[in-house]
Ligand binder design. Structure first.
Ligand SMILES: [Zn+2]
Length: 300
């Protein structure tokens, strides 16, 4: 008999729900708008309803829930002061799930979950040392070293998005200045585009991606600068764990080589000699949201 678990990815914009069997097959998928829910309790209730729907559809029972969430704390099952969620403070996420569903729940940082999914089923299969970077509403990361995800003393290791790359730089969602996230997230890409094009038009990172592919010089320059910042940050990260590869995931990576090339160039320019030409930058090989669902599911 197949064992089923739910893999949940809570993002700043969307929450995705998946029912996954032990072979990594996602047989049920659902998507909720995170911002539609006024409280974490309401979102959890909606997720549990969705899980129920999936159980009925597949005629299975879910035995555990794995959740990836921004600032998810693996040790405490909480979300702690997430910059990209409207709910502040410490949210006891795992216990909210248990209260609403009666099902055992494990929580971790969304990027950590996605990194695990990539390691089990994606571009990082068989890798023991890699960095996983998620570019989206924010910039998240998961660090795998010696075959293990690094959680750190408090459960918050791998916050590459909040490494400072410009002293007194742009204001970040975390309240500090100059973080990678303030330069390389999707909203930051829009900000950079406005700076370069000297316009204020309403535009999304996805649209800037399209513009760049069509040869728009401001959009191309935007991705050049974004890659330059990202590669700089990654060069420093490489010095910490000596990864085999860096895997990029998320909406802005749809720019493909328009983002990867400047990132790789900047990485090489800033790397310590021993690492040069030895660290690959790859795009995630899993479809958007699958790595997070699979990773969250693999927690349990
Ligand atoms: Zn920050």
């Amino acid at each position: 008999m197949s064992k089923w678990v739910a893999g949940i990815d809570i993002g700043g914009t969307n929450t995705v729900v998946g029912l996954v069997n032990h072979k990594g097959l996602i047989a049920y998928r659902d998507k909720l708008k995170t911002e539609d829910y006024a409280t974490p309790e309401e979102l959890v209730k909606a997720i549990c309803l969705s899980i129920k729907k999936g159980e009925l559809q597949l005629e299975v029972r879910v035995s555990a829930i794995g959740v990836g969430a921004p600032s998810g704390n693996f040790y405490h099952g909480t979300i702690d002061h997430a910059p990209n969620l409207k709910w502040k403070g410490v949210i006891p996420l795992a216990s909210l799930f248990v209260k609403a569903s009666g099902i055992k729940t494990v929580v971790t940082n969304d990027a950590n979950a996605a990194a695990m999914g990539e390691m089990k089923y994606g571009a990082a299969k068989h890798m023991r040392d890699f960095l996983y970077i998620t570019l989206g509403t924010g910039v998240g990361s998961g660090i795998v070293a010696n075959g293990q995800l690094i959680y750190g003393h408090l459960g918050f290791a791998g916050e590459l998005g909040h490494v400072i790359i410009e002293k007194d730089g742009r204001i970040c969602g975390c309240g500090r200045q100059g973080c990678v996230e303030a330069y390389c997230s999707a909203p930051a890409i829009v900000f950079t585009y406005h700076e370069i094009s000297k316009t204020k038009q309403e535009i999304t990172a996805t649209e800037i991606c399209e513009l760049a592919k069509n040869g728009d010089k401001y959009a191309i320059e935007t991705f050049n600068k974004t890659g330059d910042w990202l590669g700089f940050a990654l060069a420093n990260s490489v010095a910490h764990t000596g990864p085999e590869a860096i895997i990029l995931f998320g909406g802005p990576t749809a720019a493909g080589n328009l983002l990867i090339d400047p990132t790789q160039n900047s990485l090489e320019k800033n790397l310590l000699y021993v690492y040069r030409n030895k660290v690959k930058i790859l795009r995630s090989s899993l479809p958007e949201s699958d790595s997070a669902i699979l990773g969250a599911a693999s927690l349990v």
